[in-house]
Every structure is written in C-alpha cells, then in structure tokens.
Design a protein around this ligand. Structure first.
Ligand code: AMP
Length: 210
C-alpha cells in the first residue's frame, strides 16, 4: 500500500507513521528526516538545504521529488511505503502521480493554535528520531530519550517565528492538496486534534487495516 501523509506541521504525521511502520512494516519516508540527515552529515545536499529548513521554507520541487524517487527504489519499498511530508505542493503531487500513483492520501486536519502548542513543546531524539512533548508525551527521564538515553533537542524550525512561517507556507502551498486528492478520489480525512490512540485507530479503520 502506497500512502501519503499530509497536513500542517506538528499534526502527528511522523508519530503515526512510525507506529504504522512498527506494526505493519511499511517504511516511513520522511523528506524532512532525509534532509535533516543530510544536514547532519554535511553532504552537498545538506549544505544546499540547511538555510531553507531553518527558515521553514520549502526545498525546490525537483530536488525533493528526485530524493523521494531515489529512496523509493530501495528494496524495502517494494510492498509500499508511507510518504510522510511529501508531497507538499501541487507540482510534487502531480509529478508523483505520474511516477508512482499512490493508493490513499491521509489528510491530518488540525487547527493552527493546536499546532503552535504542540510544536513549541516538541523534543526529538537526535539518534533514533523518537518524538516527545514536554507536556503531553514526556520522556521517563527529563530531557533524555527512553530508547537510548540521548539528550533530546529542539528542532531549529520549532522556534516560534519558524513555526509561523511553516504554517503560512502550509496554508499557501500544501493545503491545495486537499482539493487535488479529493478530485482524484484518494483523500482520507482524519481529525488530528484527537489523542494519538484515537487518530491511530481512525486511520486503521478507514484504511481497513486489521
Ligand atoms: P518536516 O520534518 O516534514 O516538518 O520537514 C522539515 C522541513 O523540510 C520543511 O519545513 C521543509 O523545509 C523541508 N521539506 C520537507 N518535506 C518537503 C517537501 N515535500 N517539499 C519541500 N520541502 C520539504
């Protein structure tokens, strides 16, 4: 099954796709994670995109599409995948439908206020990518990852100004995907304000996953 997860930043796409990956083995392909990995390893791509990510703007379409195309050629993607945070523009979506048509696009519906509350408290493990929240999903030990005891960090684009910018970019460039996937009958709308458990079971039931 080939799935797209889209919605405002902080809507829970990453957390839910990690869980679906654990339970069903569907690889999670997060363009944001791929870019951050390249920035961390100081690759040529990383150097190119680092300031774009920091400001909360979008990486150019063709560059993003080619990265996803390369990643999905891996053997682990032969039975499907979750595209987490891709596509984010109409151009990316149209191109991807030509390259490899998806089955369903899950739209995580959430308010801007909820996004702001979530992202400003988000903490991430630099090693395993596990996501926490200082109020809603605390690690067992303050500031440390439950899995590997690494010190958690705040993503530079989770600062207030960058969050506002990412929300503007989302409304302008990504929200039109709702209409695009509705028109090609692939949209599945999820109420992402609900608890993690509720969102997860709504997705499983709408995708008829056992
Ligand atoms: P995320 O982790 O999904 O919030 O993505 C972090 C950042 O990576 C975004 O703010 C963009 O700068 C960049 N990015 C991720 N996915 C895409 C995409 N599909 N198109 C363009 N830029 C992207």
């Amino acid at each position: 099954m080939k799935l797209v997860f889209f919605g405002a930043p902080g809507a829970g796409k990453g957390t839910i796709s990690k869980k679906l990956n654990e339970e069903y083995g569907l690889p999670q392909i997060s363009t944001g994670d791929l870019f951050r990995e390249n920035i961390k390893n100081r690759t040529e791509l990383g150097l190119k995109v680092s300031s774009i990510l920091e400001k909360g703007e979008l990486v150019p379409d063709q560059l993003t599409i080619s990265i996803v195309e390369m990643r999905t050629k891996n053997n682990d993607c032969k039975n499907g995948y979750i595209l987490d945070g891709f596509p984010r523009t109409i151009i990316q979506a149209e191109n991807w439908e030509k390259i490899s048509p998806i089955d369903k696009a899950i739209y995580f519906d959430i308010t801007d206020k909820e996004v702001m509350d979530r992202l400003s408290g988000r903490r991430v493990c630099p090693k395993c990518g596990q996501i926490y929240h200082i109020l809603f999903n605390k690690p067992k030990k303050d500031g440390k990852c439950d899995n590997d005891d690494e010190t958690l960090y705040i993503r530079p684009d989770d600062k207030e100004e960058a969050i506002n910018n990412r929300l503007n970019v989302y409304h302008k460039q990504t929200e039109p995907l709702i209409e695009y996937y509705t028109n090609i009958n692939k949209i599945v709308k999820i109420n992402a304000v609900n608890s993690f458990e509720d969102v997860y079971s709504e997705i499983k039931s709408k995708l008829k996953l056992k």
